[in-house]
Design a protein around this ligand. Structure first.
Ligand code: ADP
Ligand code: MG
Length: 234
């Protein structure tokens, strides 16, 4: 069973045609990664799925519901946690206050359990969002998404701009979400690390799916990854 499916998404910003028939699936309880160079359309794909930039044509099905023309809050309410690119935490609210924001659906994730998962945030509880390091901000952003008790977690480049040790920590947390029974859709530029924890993979280029298959296959073939993500040209 698939937690999420998209079929033939075409998405525009004004007159710019960005996504060209993007179809993908997120299997229940699995981690699916979307790779691709800068500007490939990864963020636009996530925004289309979340209803933030709705597709002009195509179909999105999430948790058995046709969500194509739903507003973002309604999609979130189904149990979809979204960790946007650049984290988007509230800079002038404390860590504690940032964790009050999402609407909880009820379930295992509470602020107390979040502080167990991220002891670092507990220490920084009274600090303002803008006083946190990049890694702490990422943890806070993931925490906000977890507090809605998602069945599907969507993350846009969680490792961006983080020090290598913190990147490891973030990937460890994402891998742990699968053990919690959460389906994960992960967009990444860090192909090596994301393939290590993923079950399935897609590569986007120029708004089109140029690869879909088992993450294992890409894991074993670095040349293929480089070719698909245009790494050789950069
Ligand atoms: N708000 C916007 N208005 C117009 N064009 C945009 C906007 N956001 C992104 N784009 C363009 O859409 C394409 C895909 O961008 P994006 O989805 O952000 O790629 P990625 O996340 O893979 O780096 C790029 O060519 C980018 O310049
Ligand atoms: Mg992006």
């Amino acid at each position: 069973m698939n937690t999420l499916e998209s079929e033939g998404l075409h998405t525009y910003y004004g007159k710019s045609h960005i996504l060209h028939s993007v179809s993908l699936a997120v299997e229940e309880g699995k981690i699916t990664t979307i790779l691709g160079r800068n500007g490939a359309g990864k963020t636009t794909t996530l925004r289309s799925l979340m209803g933030l930039t709705p597709p002009r044509s195509g179909k999105v099905t999430i948790l058995g519901q046709q969500t194509t023309h739903w507003p973002p809050f309604r999609i979130a309410g189904l149990g979809v946690g979204y960790v946007p690119e650049g984290r988007k935490i509230f800079p002038n609210l404390t860590v504690d206050e940032n964790l009050l924001v999402p609407v909880s659906r009820g379930g295992p994730w509470t602020p107390a359990r979040i502080y167990e998962l991220f002891p670092r945030l507990l220490e920084r509880k009274q600090n303002l969002g803008r006083q946190l390091s990049g890694g702490e901000q990422e943890m806070l952003s993931i925490s906000r998404a977890l507090l809605i008790n998602p069945r599907l977690l969507i993350l846009d480049e969680p490792s961006q701009g983080l020090a290598p040790l913190i990147v490891r920590e973030v990937f460890r947390i994402v891998a742990r979400m699968r053990e919690e029974g959460i389906s994960v859709l992960l967009v990444e530029q860090n192909a090596r690390m994301s393939l290590e924890i993923s079950d399935n993979a897609y590569v986007l280029d120029d708004g089109k799916v140029v690869y879909s298959g088992a993450a294992e296959e890409l894991r074993r073939d670095q040349d293929l990854v480089d070719r698909l993500t245009g790494a050789h040209a950069e």
